[in-house]
Design a binder for this molecule. Structure first.
Ligand code: AMP
Length: 507
């Protein structure tokens, strides 16, 4: 069934309920959102001549048009390609060409950057500048009926963030995203019709995917005026909007809880913060729980199994009487509904409890493959299982602890060192704001451990103290042999630390 139905059905149930808001102002009811998307869908088909299955790309920051375009494209039988608004023009060009996108919606901030891209993406027939007369004219005709979409038709082409190599387009079908929506309700959170999602994180990624369960329930989507993540603005919006949910990258969550005076604010409107997409360290989880209370849910997913591999529930976060509570807080929780999770060794056999191997996933949420990339598809989808490239271990209760991407593993003197374990220890130091550990080539040991440390402002951190902390908590061979101090860590738009850039600093 077409995902467009989610909006249509919510509009039928509650046409006057707020659907889209800019800051604190409601700009469209569900009736209006559905009607505008149905008219835009007609415009895409008749004015632009798009056909069933064509790809509609978005190069836009968060805005109220985002949801309108997504639902219009689905309504018209097309698929969407939301792109990270911070990409370089060359990266946009590469993705548009690789996907063979037929139409592109671009906002004014990116219009200049993308003006010359047409030549590099020959399939691109239309570039529509958001808010322009040509954009407005697409709404002028009557609404069209939604196109039929098969469960396995492409709905969302999700390009991986490409922290290594070229990004790959994970093909997500209507079925995959329905399965993600169902798992949200089963494992992440309930949503009431008077709740809302505040899109402070990019809508091209997790926050945008999570608009689906919210639209399914007829909840409002709130777009911050800044179009992105501004911690102070988030707090203002929390003060205004009851039943608020955010999806945040861990680095955003840790910035939010550092806003001076946050402890004194009334956070009664804040319902849930779902975090994920990158490691969240135990110390940071504890700090966030102390400030925000039982409002945290963690998810682990990847573009290839969107938002839906495991979840660490709200209850698991606060169940501090449990003997393994500490270990659970460093885990990513248990398999979400409809998803099977295994940890496998190099031969593809199940690793034993506690043993580290590659995380493999099966279920309705798993992508059909990578767009026009049979080789990468065959490499990651084997015997019906998605091989995630993430290393982890399952405990006896099915809680998964992620170690690191296999490529981030450090092998020193023949021993495996998981950077995450070392980072967790370094973060125990009061003066450490952020820590990231990588391997540096070494003539004798193969690699040696190097830690990049961002100290808190005005907090001197001495190497000897960090070394002692490591000696107190982990095996000697795992401790960093060199420290580098930085004022910030390189991160991509989704808050993921770019270890490739850190390694490059060592060359
Ligand atoms: P992307 O496809 O861009 O969403 O990136 C997915 C990758 O982010 C996963 O394969 C993991 O390496 C990482 N990731 C996602 N969620 C988590 C999490 N909760 N904890 C640690 N790493 C995560």
């Amino acid at each position: 069934m077409n995902l467009a139905q989610l909006l249509i059905e919510s509009a039928e149930r509650r046409p006057d309920a707020p659907a889209l808001a800019a800051g604190t102002d409601v700009v469209a009811s569900y009736g209006e959102h559905a009607s505008r998307s149905a008219r835009l869908a007609a415009g895409l088909r008749t004015e632009l001549g798009l056909r069933h299955g064509d790809i509609v790309a978005l190069a836009m920051g968060n805005c109220t048009s985002y949801s309108e375009i997504l639902f219009a494209a689905w309504h018209a039988g097309c698929a969407v390609l939301p792109m990270n608004a911070r990409l370089h023009p060359r990266e946009f060009a590469w993705i548009l060409e690789n996907a063979g996108a037929a139409a592109l919606f671009v906002d004014s901030a990116l219009a200049d950057d993308l003006a010359a891209i047409g030549d590099e993406a020959p399939a691109l027939r239309h570039s529509i500048h958001c808010g322009s007369a040509s954009h407005r004219s697409l709404f002028e005709g009557p609404e069209m009926l939604p196109e039929e979409a098969g469960a396995d038709d492409l709905a969302w082409l999700f390009y991986t963030s490409g922290t290594t190599g070229r990004p790959k387009g994970a093909m997500l079908s209507h079925r995959n995203l329905r399965a993600m929506t169902a798992a949200y309700f089963a494992n992440v959170d309930g949503i009431g019709p008077d709740d809302c999602i505040i899109h402070a994180a990019p809508m091209s990624h997790g926050s945008g995917l999570y608009l689906l369960p919210h639209v399914a329930r007829g909840a409002c989507q709130v777009i911050p005026e800044s179009g992105g993540f501004d911690p102070e603005e988030c707090l203002v919006l929390i003060g205004h909007w009851p039943g608020a949910t955010f999806f945040l990258a861990p680095t955003m969550l840790t910035r939010l809880i550092r806003v001076p005076g946050i402890e004194r604010l009334d956070l009664g409107n804040l319902k849930t913060i779902v975090y994920g997409g990158a490691p969240m360290y135990r110390e940071d989880v504890l700090r966030a729980l102390g400030i925000l209370g039982p409002r945290l849910v963690q998810i682990y997913g990847q573009g290839e199994a969107p938002m839906t591999i495991t979840a660490l529930s709200r209850e698991d976060h606060v169940n501090d009487g449990h003997p393994r509570h500490d270990a659970r807080l460093s885990s990513v929780g248990r398999a979400q509904a409809g998803v099977e999770v295994r940890v496998v060794d190099e031969r593809g056999s199940d690793a034993s409890t506690g043993e580290i191997g590659e995380v493999a996933v099966r279920g309705e949420v798993v992508m059909g493959g990578y767009f026009r990339n049979a080789e990468a598809t065959a490499d990651s989808l084997r015997d019906g299982w998605l091989h995630t490239g993430d290393m982890g271990a399952l405990d006896e209760d099915g809680f998964l602890t992620l170690k690191d991407r296999s490529k981030d593993l450090i092998i020193s003197g023949g021993s495996n060192i998981y950077p995450r374990e070392v980072e967790e220890v370094l973060l125990r130091h009061d003066g450490v704001l952020e820590a990231s550990v990588v391997g540096e080539r070494h003539a004798d040991w193969g690699e040696r451990v190097v830690a990049f440390i961002v100290p808190k402002p005005e907090s001197p951190v001495r190497e000897a103290e960090l070394d002692q902390l490591c000696l107190d908590h982990i095996a000697r061979f795992k401790r960093p042999r060199a420290y580098r101090f930085l004022t910030e860590l390189p991160k991509n738009n989704y808050g993921k630390i770019l270890k490739t850039e850190l390694r490059a600093l060592l060359d």
